[in-house]
Write a protein that binds this ligand. Sequence first.
Ligand code: 13P
Ligand code: SF4
Length: 302
Amino acid sequence: WPFHAPYVKAINDIKKTRNAVILAHNYQTPEIYHCVSDYIGDSLQLAKLASKSDADVIVQGGVYFMAETSKILNPEKTVLIPDAEAGCSLAASITGADIRALRRKYPGVPVVAYVNTSADVKAEVDICCTSSNAVKVVESLGVDTVIMVPDRFLAQNVAAQTKVKIIAWEGACEVHELFTAEEIEGFKADHPGLKVIAHPECPREVVEVSDFSGSTAAMIDYVRNKKPARVLLVTECSMADNIAAETTGTEFVRPCNFCPHMKRITLPKILDSLLYLRDEVVVDPAVAARARQSVQRMIDLG
Ligand code: 13P
Ligand code: SF4
């Protein structure tokens, strides 16, 4: 913490000069999440906040697809990502050309894209979804079959909650695909009374042995509202760190897995980003206009 203080002060000062806001995902480290961010949330909350922002500059505390979503919703604003190499295994697993090929293979079947995708992919699909609204989005289309890309585990977990048939892509989150049901059962055996809450990017069998599954924001709400004595958050490591910093009376049982992409964002890089206005996120205006329709349709669902 002592090493963070000068950066925290400098970042919070320069934010005012630039009329900038920092949008931080729930997987950002505590010094970013608690000390310099203006808004925090899951992917849906961040997309909604980005669409309402009146700042001139948005700094994305998160990964590239999140910054692209902010740019898509705010074409006139400067959107910065402190490290443009902050990718995502899901976003990297599919391209716009793949969506066009899926449409040829399954004519007339609507395509739902998780927001963890590039602007090119968002531009080709019918609607986006996040982990917190995926079932609602799938059912909103009023059809019996949808294509859902790119997360096969999210698709399986959604399929378990709806009668709509889901054709899935083969992508996976490199953080959540590592968890196994055996590992979770072992922790339950070792820690009596343990509540297990899993992100829906986890394999189906992990969600099946959990007490609750939801987006990162829903997981935080679960801990805040239910105040479990012992909890295992089956997700990225910063989640437990961030909630533990504001929670008393709950023991956070590990394991967790780090997202190497989220961890590329640091206080020194955020300061550089604000000082030198880099790395600026640029999306082709024609692609952004089509991608915006897919994101906006999701936001309009409420
Ligand atoms: P949510 O915060 O929307 O649950 O997404 C989790 C995630 O993996 C984002 O990269
Ligand atoms: Fe992508 Fe998974 Fe990292 Fe989220 S946690 S950015 S889904 S690799």
